[in-house]
Design a protein around this ligand. Structure first.
Ligand code: AP5
Length: 209
């Protein structure tokens, strides 16, 4: 079956961590709207300037802007045999727009406790190469892969995280019901260790759960 996958989950649920592993295993592109927007911010593009004004407040970038970006991205050749979307769709409007572009075969909801996500986000450290770590499991402030100094994402500061979690509850959590009604939703316990969560996701994708 075609692997047109969507990862749902609160900020800090582990979507990006799992998406890297799963996209490598199945040879499908990992498409993260957050990564696309951050790359645009770094390059100083018009999209980046616009996105920054929302991201810094913990708010969502307007639907029409994101849908245009994703419409173009999903038409690229590497999506021909499937894809893994991380951070998109994030509103019912985005999900409806996605339905017009392509058909989602499986939406995986990575479920976590809200207390845990705050601790995960507070301890997350990023590298310019795209790797992500947590201070509790990786106390060094240098990347294992490329040796660069790790940094904290601007929107991982406490006050912005609170806004992001509120936005998630109000605008993104309703997608769980949206995909459930379509019969393509599966829940995975995101409170387990990273490797255990990966195993669960693989079982779901392979139809063994
Ligand atoms: P985005 O980059 O998508 O951020 P997010 O959804 O808030 O998700 P995160 O990246 O914070 O968390 P994650 O679930 O990927 O967790 P991770 O694997 O890193 O979006 C940022 C912003 O861009 C938005 O706020 C919005 O403004 C804008 N945006 C993006 N998409 C948009 C859209 N579609 N529409 C409109 N606006 C959009 O893990 C977190 C930490 O926990 C890490 O330190 C990790 O090491 C650790 N960890 C992971 N798994 C485990 C585990 N199982 N056990 C213990 N620790 C773990």
């Amino acid at each position: 079956m075609m692997k047109n996958l969507v990862f749902l989950g609160a900020p800090g649920a582990g979507k990006g961590t799992q998406a890297k592993r799963i996209s490598e295993k199945y040879g499908i592109p990992h498409i993260s709207t957050g990564d696309i927007l951050r790359a645009n911010i770094k390059e100083g593009t018009e999209l980046g300037k616009l996105a920054k004004s929302y991201i810094d407040k913990g708010l969502l970038v307007p639907d029409e802007v994101i849908v245009k970006v994703m419409d173009a991205r999903l038409k690229e050749a590497d999506c021909k045999n499937g894809y893994l979307l991380d951070g998109f769709p994030r509103t019912i409007e985005q999900a409806k727009a996605l339905d017009k572009i392509t058909n989602v075969t499986l939406a995986i909801n990575i479920a976590v406790d809200s207390d845990a996500v705050v601790a995960r986000i507070a301890g997350r450290r990023m590298c310019v190469c795209g790797e992500s770590y947590h201070v509790s499991t990786h106390p060094s402030d240098v990347c294992d892969k490329c040796g660069a100094k790790l940094y904290q994402r601007d929107d991982d500061k406490e006050e912005t995280v609170k806004a992001r979690l509120e936005v998630y509850e109000k605008q993104t959590a309703p997608l769980i019901e949206y995909y459930s009604a379509k019969g393509v939703l599966k829940d995975v316990d995101g409170m387990k260790d990273v490797a255990e969560v990966t195993d669960e996701i693989i079982k779901v994708i392979d139809g063994n759960r």
